[in-house]
Ligand binder design. Sequence first.
Ligand code: ATP
Ligand code: MG
Length: 254
Amino acid sequence: MKILGFFGKGGTGKTTLTALILRELARRGDGGILAVDADANECLASLLGSGGTSNVSEMLQRYKRQREESPELTGLDIFQNLFDSLLMEGEQEGYDMLIMGRGEGSGCFCAINDLLQAVFEKTIEGDRYGYLLMDCEAGVEHIARKTSGEIHDAIIVTDASKVSLDTLRRIKDVAREVGTRIERYYVVANKTRPDMLEKVEKTAKDLGFKYLGAIPEDPNFTEVAYQGKTVFDLPDDSPAVVAAKQIVDRLLEG
Ligand SMILES: Nc1ncnc2c1ncn2[C@@H]1O[C@H](COP(=O)(O)OP(=O)(O)OP(=O)(O)O)[C@@H](O)[C@H]1O
Ligand SMILES: [Mg+2]
């Protein structure tokens, strides 16, 4: 199983790239896909057309209630049932969706992080999924909180700005500091002027990251956003869709 986490500075295109890669993997159909929306804003779910399905935060509240109401059941049984129902609710277009939600309210994310870990471990054990795609919050927060514990591959989305490229190094540094076991780092340029791509590629190579290519500015996204449509509504020859195919080819090369 391939577990991919999407990282990068705010607004660079993490959610967009997660959705584009999911669309391409679903089209190829060579393994079940679990999409995890780990950003509290739940943008990935909307872009995939899975908005409104219930999330892990709500599940946690239900779990707490059911534990009080049914003391005869073990915590694990309750968790298992709730988790399975959560996954099935999100099923459509050849993938399952898991929405993390906002945490439990102010401050503490410990319980939801524990659940996230449990979800990962459970998912890795079975052969239900060939891919797990996790759309993370901007910056390095996710790695710092260790919620990305089981991610094998980090895909960092960037443009050619200094701030965005500086994030590449910081993500690697923070991952090392907190002992995250990320094995491979990939870089994808998004919405970047062609004459600036060389800088992105060089920065990636200098850090030992594999450069996967670039997604061009695609006017069809404006239409998708305006009409509240999904990534599956983009035409097959849309520039971003075509570029995503090549990126998936390079990603699966290793
Ligand atoms: N290749 C592209 N062509 C056109 N528009 C794009 C492209 N990539 C992203 N966008 C647009 O840029 C905006 C930001 O993209 P996106 O939400 O994917 O970024 P993000 O990194 O996930 O942001 P955040 O840090 O807020 O989670 C969106 O409106 C999206 O539609
Ligand atoms: Mg996003």
